[in-house]
Structures are given as structure tokens and as C-alpha cells.
Design a protein. Sequence first.
Length: 508
Amino acid sequence: MIKRALISTYKKDKIVNFAKSLQDLGIEIISTGGTAKKLVENGINVTSVEELTNFPEILGGRVKTLNPLIHGAILARRDNLEDMNTLEKLQIEPLDLVYVNLYPFLEVIEKPNVSLDEIVEYIDIGGPTMIRSAAKNYKHVLVVVDDCDADVLIDKLKNEEEITEDFRLYLALKAFQLTAFYDSCIYNYLEDLVPSAKGTFEKYIALPLEQFQEMRYGENPHQKASFYQNPVRKGSMTTFEQLSGKELSYNNLRDAQAAWRAVNEYEEIACCAVKHNTPCGIALGNSVVEAFKKAYECDPVSIFGGIVSFNRKVDVETANELKNIFLEIVMAPDFDEEALKILQKKKNLRVLKMKTKPMDKFEYISIDGGMLVQEVDKGFINDFRVVTETQVPDNLKDELIFAWKAVKYVKSNAIVVSKNKATTGIGGGQTNRIWAAIDALERSKDKGADVLASDAFFPFSDVVEKAAEFGIKAIIQPGGSIRDNESIEACNKYGIAMVFTEMRHFKH
């Protein structure tokens, strides 16, 4: 039976109806400062915490509920004789319900020009302590931290339904979930302020993840999925604006991230087309439309139903090209007004206005029972070292750099063939390197092939032999194989220049 409830909230927009319902049920209400004032103004009888504890708020409100008369009333086990004797001796009456919401830490850190001292004042202490106390004593105290649960509880009480232990435990779970999330938000924010913590792997990881969007399904229709965001470190995939098109899917978001990361590798005007989380065309151009046409020509079949990303504003000329093929997503930093109107005529096409560049420092990959964490691959090249007798022609140095950036985003084993700063053949995801090379080179037929990039070293000279058949003039790869000399000799034999970067870019 619920006799007494403690209500302490920062956000008070929904608290009056809840408190009125409790009062109508004959439940005594205890409350803190601002909450008590709000309830009294709305005709609700309230016993203030100060009346209960006979102790005023101190330290400018920092200490209100951190009192044994409050926490004793929450934590006492009703089926423990010693606990109840203690309450009787100290004249403490038990609390049966705790309803709390917390200081808006996340809202405050998003405000401009807020000092750290101001932010620290929005780290709630009393609220989480009461929540945790009530959740620990869930068998005897109901803890409510979600308005939806408040509505369910009121219905149960009005209908005189049994408050089961399962329901109590469910409320406790929600409570601990909230306090864990709240603390992890504080940790993530403060971590960014501590230079010594940046880029390190700590003993514990605290990731605040909040549901951002419920997915229709996951990778396949029979898999449930949801999209969670880190509200402290909002990245490019949580800050974009969807300008048109139907709801984004799980696969859409994964592919969109791949396309956005790839296109942002370049300072020049760039376009990247992605299908099944790997590029099917990457190109640079003197204009956005030129970059798109060159990326499209790499694989005009695979781009069907794919995603196209740009690192510049999309203009009308480009939009007119895009409208002629079926695409899932077009994404760019901005769109000309007329270009957007053209794209919006395709009802199912998702158009995304990207507001930030990729900014994650770490990648998290779940494995059964745990998680792998690594730095995002923001590396590029350790050395541009020509290892062959044949030197790199001046006109191909930038071409090699273009291809080396592109191969970073292709699934391993990865080979990229390019000409005129456009991929003409891409081979990726193969279990051996020669198959990836054959795929890329074969696909470059009729489009030209000047350079070849490999994400990792050549274990044999077979890739060089195959590259020579297609007229490749220069190769860029990490080097580091015990058979490097075989590949170097093969390059020398065919007059192909080869560069070692001493940095590989596996992407599994």
C-alpha cells in the first residue's frame, strides 16, 4: 500500500497531474523547494522536505535531500525487523514512492558561452542518490523516472491492480538505466576537457547512448534494430537534416556513413558512390557534375539503388543527372534551391543535408560477449618512397595519392585502379589479393588504367604481372612483405613505378 510519495523534479510540466492523482488516492506528498511551490500553487497539499527533516536547504541548494531522515525512509526494508525498529526509534515514517527527474545537464552543455563552473552546477547529486536508493529498495519502494511509467502506475492504483514485484523491478531497472546514462554523459563531456585522457584506452568505457530513431528492421527484415546517438558527442550521422524521402533504414545509415567518410577524405571537389557499404565509384572533378559523371562511369550497374555523396553543394546540372537513375540517398553539405526541387520530385529518394564532417575518434565493433575498440583510421601515409628503377612520372604522383585515399574505404582485400582521378575499377572483399586485382583490372576495361593502389602488401608478384597486362604505369602499396623484392623486380621488368607507403589500410 502506498501511503507517502516524495516528488522532486527539475522539469515540472507534467508533475501537477501526477501529484493530483496521488492526492486523490489519499497519498501524502513530500516535495522539495521549487517542486513544492509548483504543487502548492496548483492546490495540492505538500509537506516540504525542510518540514520533514527540520533542516534547511544549504549551500545554495546543493544540499536538500541528502539527509538520513529522507534516505532512511527510502532504504528501510519493511520486512526487516531491525530496519523498522530503527525507523520507529528515530521517528521516521517510510516513503513508498519516489518520483524524480534530473538537472538538464545535456541541455546546458549545448548552450553557447557556458562556463565549466556553470555546467558543474547542473551535475545532479541529490536526484540520482534518491533514485538509486529507491531502486535498491525496489521491493518496498516504487521509483518513477519516466512519465510513461507514471501514467501506467496511476492507472494501476486507480484500478486497484496488484503492484507486482516484476513491475517494481522493471521500474528499478529503468532507474539504474537513467543514472548510468546520466553519469556517462558527464564523463564523456569532462573527458574531452582533459588533455591526458584524449586518445587513450581507459580501463572502463562509459558510452551515453540514447535512442535516436527506431528502425523498421535491421540488416534483414527479420532483425529488429534501433539507432542510438551519443548526445554529448553528436557526429555527422546524427546532425544531418533529411530534406526529403522516406524513412532511413539500418542499411541506409551504414552506407551513408561509408559514403560520407570517403568523400571527406578529399579537399578537392569529390563524389563517392556506395553500394553495400563499399565504394563502387570515387572521383574528383573540376565541378560537382564532372565528379559525379566520373564516379558513375566506374560502375554504372552497381550504382543502381546506391548512395551518392558529395563534399560540395549540389547544383541544378548535377541534380538533373542524378534524377535519371534510381538512388536510395543523395547527400551533400548543401543543395541549390532548384536542385533540391528536382530531387524532391523523386518521392522515395532520401536527400540529406550534412552539417558536419566525420568526427568520431573511435570505432566500436561488438563481438559476442564484448566489444572491440579502435581509433578511426585517420592515417594516410608514412612515406612516399619509390622502390623501383622506374620513377613515378610527375603527372601520376597526384593520381597515386588519389587512388591511395580511395582504397582506404574499400573492403579488404582491396585494389583500386584509377585514371584521371577517377576510379575505373574497384575490387574488394576478396579472400586473396589476386582475385581483388583481377576484379578491379577487368572492370577498368574500356575506361583506362594508369595506377593501381593496394590496401596491404603483395604476398607475391602475381598482382604486378596482372597489372602489366592492363598497362598500369604506377603502383602504390604499403610494402613490408618478405617477398617485396619479387614485386619490385617484376615492376622493373615491365617498367612500372612502385611506391611504398609503409602504412596499410585494412578494412574488414
